[in-house]
Design a protein around this ligand. Structure first.
Ligand code: ADP
Ligand code: MG
Length: 140
């Protein structure tokens, strides 16, 4: 299997409820390693730039407002097949459809406040990691 890196965000609903450690425990139990991590409070323009791929979606405005409603924790995760593996343990976007044991099934509040973000492709992972981190901040 290919060793990959993926960008993770613990969203404002997770920092608000003080459950970032519980989510990190699930990440680490899965075998993924947190090789970079920092806490940020995004500005509106940063949230809009990060989610630019969703600019045309009906929920874009609300999503950006939610993402700036409190601090987030941005992370780089590394491991075998990390992109798909993280998507797998995150669970479906809508927690109502998320499988038992996934982060979103256990912790998400709603389809919007769904606790975590994970990159969906190699190309987006590289773009999203570079959006938040310099190489010096990533230590495998
Ligand atoms: P995922 O995070 O599972 O990759 P998307 O990339 O489709 O999902 O959507 C990005 C984020 O936008 C979701 O994680 C969620 O916070 C929000 N979102 C997605 N669909 C909706 C929706 N129908 N209504 C409100 N927010 C949504
Ligand atoms: Mg997505």
């Amino acid at each position: 299997m290919e060793k990959q890196r993926t960008l993770s965000i613990l969203k404002p609903d997770a920092t608000r409820r003080n459950i970032t450690g519980k989510i990190n425990a699930k990440i680490e139990t899965s075998g993924l390693r947190i090789i970079a991590q920092k806490r940020l409070h995004l500005s509106l323009s940063q949230a809009q730039a990060f989610y630019a791929v969703h600019a045309e979606r009906s929920f874009f405005g609300e999503l950006c407002q939610f993402m700036i409603s409190g601090p987030v924790v941005v992370q780089v995760l590394e491991g075998d097949d990390a992109i798909a593996k993280y998507r797998d343990i995150m669970g479906a976007t809508n927690p109502a459809n998320a499988k038992e044991g996934t982060i979103r099934q256990e912790f998400a509040e709603s389809i919007e406040a769904n606790s975590v973000h994970g990159s969906d492709s190699l190309e987006n992972a590289a773009r999203e990691i570079a959006f938040f981190f310099s190489e010096m901040e990533i230590v495998s």
